[in-house]
Design a protein around this ligand. Sequence first.
Ligand code: SRM
Ligand code: SF4
Length: 529
Amino acid sequence: MTDTATTTTANLNKFEKFKAEKDGLTIKEEIEKIASLGWEAMDVTDRDHRLKWVGVFFRPVTPGKFMMRMRMPNGILTSNQMRVLAEVVQRYGDDGNADITTRQNIQLRGIRIEDLPDIFNKFHAVGLTSVQSGMDNIRNITGDPIAGLDADELYDTRSLVQQIQDMLTNKGQGNPEFTNLPRKFNIAIAGGRDNSVHAEINDLAFIPAFKEAGEQGGHTPQKVFGFNVLVGGFFSAKRCEAAIPLNVWVTPEEIVALCKAVLEVYRDHGLRANRLKSRLMWLIDEWGIEKFRLEVEQRLGKSLLPAAPKDEIDWEKRDHIGIYKQKQEGLNYVGLHIPVGRLYAEDMFELARMADVYGSGEIRMTVEQNIIIPNIPDERLRTLLTDPLLERFSIDPGALTRSLVSCTGAQFCNFALIETKNRATEMIQALESELTFTRPVRIHWTGCPNSCGQPQVADIGLMGTKARKNGKAVEGVDIYTGGKVGKDAHLGRCVQKGIPCEDLQPVLRDLLIQNFGAKPRQEALVTTL
Ligand code: SRM
Ligand code: SF4
């Protein structure tokens, strides 16, 4: 256990206490019983917390209608898997839908507890899992969304991400070795030159970097491919930090073992007394990065090479919306914009159809909550461009629409201080009708300081807060600017606080004109003259 953590259960905080009483994963064996009991009769700790070990989230906003968070290694699924997810939410009619998340993942909504055994059987049949996707577990592992397609990629992250997930979850069966971490944990692997995964905001991230192999035996130095390792990145209501270098370089073959070692150190020494100070960075603060690295090396049973002097992230970040050539001759990938990541059963069936008809049946997701359909032959592109689904999921959306990201917000999340997804969509439409743009502007909405919508990585980040207007409490936002992604990524900072949402549009309009080169549309000028 930790240096500072308390050791008797009596002194543990509520979360540590219930984890010590019963491993969250044991809930897996109780699904049949829970399903027959129903959500109102079941144990409240099981309902509110332990079910998250199998990816099932009680929603106090919609009691009885649960959310399920999947695992999608590298954000990839098949059309068959998408159809299974669609069937699950279809059953719930208007209550059912799905969201693509900021971790290249899918969440399903409207789930009734009595359906869980059947749902898990369906998942099992097509190789899907939702295990260990919530609470003090490792979240979906992100990888390059165009891994294996991109002619300029440095490493195809797909297999590595899958290997890490298999190790952490015992191939989706659940792995009690990693089901009692001090807090959540995020892992990302960048494989391209543009850091498509936001490596810097993960607890553990790998970014491509070459190392010169020594001039042994009079040979010319050779470049060896590997990854520099970053640790400790996280957002929370209390504190947000970009990841810092562990000063380690590893080959791809060393990554699974390194993930395991880092997680063991975090599990056994991470701070557990105060949940606001439990993420990995707090342990690194307490120990210093040198001691942390030494502990990791000790777990690994070997010392690691120091980081390569420079990494290979030297491109601006791509958003993958539109049509792009793949490295495979004659094939293309198409990025579809999914407004704020929201999908309904019909959309999911349609996306599965599209992947089958035009591509190879594969579907991918991005951390911007969009979809990529790969492996589309040149000769099918023309027909694809006439597909009615593109009217809903555009390949050429407006400059604000294309980069819009939004967390769940008040519709389903009880932490939310504001409604986000609908408001974000309406606001962007209004601004696009007022202004013209020369480049996309990345606007991220997040309903509360937990920052699931990552406002700190955006050009303009909007974080839900309570504001005051005419002496009354109203929904408002704090505004962040300056988030930089891709090359030289760094976090944005808060520049304005407590703007009532109803007064936000002109504030954003001015910001877009002054800082992002937007211009009022001609019609707008005419009406204001
Ligand atoms: Fe998150 C909690 C949704 C990505 C930081 N997050 C929650 C909960 C589970 C709260 C709850 O029980 O209601 C939200 C579920 C709402 C719902 O019904 O959908 C929630 N988080 C999301 C998603 C769905 C936002 C989205 O619309 O895409 C994302 C799911 C990712 C996934 O597939 O696993 C999501 N959350 C993030 C990210 C972004 C990322 O990972 O890049 C962050 C910031 C990065 C980080 O974690 O360091 C994030 N979520 C949090 C936190 C603050 C963590 C902390 O250390 O304090 C919480 C609160 C908590 O864990 O106590 C939280
Ligand atoms: Fe909920 Fe807040 Fe996360 Fe949005 S940022 S999903 S409101 S916890």
